[in-house]
Design a binder for this molecule. Structure first.
Ligand code: SF4
Ligand code: SF4
Length: 431
């Protein structure tokens, strides 16, 4: 029976990792439960706490029933449909963002655009393998620098669908830095229903420090104008993605401030805030992720009152797992139901591992294999961790931090444990 007690000055919660259940309790109940777990004699417990035998039996049964594993394990590897295919249409970028993994050693291939032939082969290969592809994500570099490829992808999928070659039309998304809102791009967006996720790190004072044009000037003015134009002529802006850095902390901006800014100033509901992935030596390296933990009660409170989707990606997945009592045996679905095709057609588990040769899974002119992901419950440090059924992870982020996709850095573990605990406290307080 695994029980983890979560305590702060206002709350005491019993969390049962094997069933993803949690209950508010008081300190006496906690002591009784600890004595029950430690197999203290029934009479001893009844006398010590002055409770009735019925109370004792009830509590013992309740804890035992509640901690029985009722989890369903999500399947990350599907035979008939693919969750996400990422198509890199260019490795060029027109910004020089301070934290970009492209110049932090991740994707170090020579910059160039992909050809329509590579895009066609990619789509043919994956549509042949899978009955349905749920999401196509157009990615880069900055994908608007190769609008020919973007247009080709939209048209090719449209034609396949119209001709009855595929029965389900994938959702086509694009992650862009927001520096393009040309008439041609607007045309392509509207013709093929592209959904955009725009990168913006919050107010101009911060965004201009992190997301910089090649000439050294901040990109905010251009991006904010383009967001207005795109909003006026399309319905394509689905989300804003913000990278949270030490610069935010130094300027007294919390995760919640970013979320509020994007909601109030830009009326964008779906906001993803993620902590920066960076080497410790960099001055934007986030020295601690306290702001993420601190923001949870307000985010949960707001979500429960309005149903609005204010979050950073991981929180939604954790809430869903707690709600549905489900978990995955894999750290994430990279290489199982997410694949990324590089500009030259090489296939990798995720864009974060593009051009990391040891993780290359194949090429679109040939074939590919799935990654052999380890069962995360068998990873030594995770086996006995209270957080192992709720924990999320990122193979790419692990790789950049430790050089091993399966090795989560200890400080990330501390963050994830605190995040889970704060989330459970916040959910317990609204349920
Ligand atoms: S917090 Fe760390 S040790 Fe615990 S399950 Fe997650 S990755 Fe494993
Ligand atoms: S490696 Fe990271 S970014 Fe890629 S699918 Fe996994 S969690 Fe998502």
């Amino acid at each position: 029976m695994r029980i983890h007690f979560i305590e702060n000055k206002d709350n005491l919660i019993m969390y049962l990792p094997d069933s993803l259940r949690f209950f508010k309790i008081n300190s006496t109940t906690k002591s009784i439960i600890i004595d029950i777990i430690n197999s203290q004699d029934k009479k001893y417990i009844i006398d010590k706490y002055e409770i009735t035998e019925d109370n004792f039996n009830h509590l013992k049964k309740f804890v035992s029933d509640s901690s029985k594993e009722v989890l369903t394990y999500t399947i990350d590897e599907y035979n008939d449909y693919l969750y996400k295919l990422i198509l890199n249409v260019t490795s060029e970028c027109n910004l020089n963002c301070v934290y970009c993994y492209e110049h932090n050693g991740g994707n170090n291939s020579k910059s160039h655009n992909s050809s329509n032939e590579v895009m066609q082969k990619s789509l043919d290969l994956f549509f042949d393998k899978y009955k349905n592809i749920l999401n196509i994500q157009i990615f880069g570099g900055e994908p608007t620098l190769n609008l020919d490829a973007v247009e080709f992808i939209g048209k090719y999928i449209n034609d396949k669908y119209t001709n009855g070659q595929i029965e389900f039309k994938p959702n086509i998304g694009m992650v862009t830095n927001g520096t393009c809102a040309s008439d041609r791009f607007i045309d392509i967006i509207n013709k093929y229903n592209l959904e955009l996720t725009i990168s913006l790190d919050g107010p101009k004072s911060i965004n201009d420090k992190t997301r910089i044009l090649k000439n050294g000037i901040g990109s905010s003015n251009i991006v904010l104008n383009n967001i207005s134009k795109l909003k006026k002529f399309t319905h394509s802006i689905k989300a804003v993605e913000s990278t949270f850095t030490q610069y935010h902390v130094d300027n007294n901006l919390s995760v919640l401030d970013i979320i509020k800014y994007l909601k109030n100033e830009l009326q964008i509901k779906d906001v993803h805030v993620t902590p920066v992935n960076a080497k410790k030596a960099k001055d934007f390296y986030l020295q601690n992720k306290k702001s993420f933990i601190d923001s949870i009660p307000a985010i949960i409170d707001y979500k429960s009152k309005t149903g609005q989707n204010y979050s950073y990606m991981i929180l939604d997945r954790m809430i869903s797992d707690l709600l549905h009592k489900s978990t995955s045996k894999h750290i994430c679905n990279a290489g199982l139901s997410t694949f990324s095709v590089s500009v030259n057609g090489d296939i990798y588990p995720c864009f974060m591992l593009d051009n990391v040769k040891q993780y290359k899974l194949g090429n679109v002119f040939d074939d590919f294999s799935l990654i052999k992901q380890v069962d995360r419950f068998k990873i030594n440090k995770c086996k006995d961790c209270f957080n192992n059924t709720l924990c999320f992870g990122c193979l790419g982020s692990n790789y950049f931090s430790t050089g091993d996709i399966y090795n989560t850095p200890n400080e990330d573990c501390e963050f994830k444990k605190k995040l889970s605990e704060q989330l459970i406290i916040s959910l317990a307080n609204i349920s």
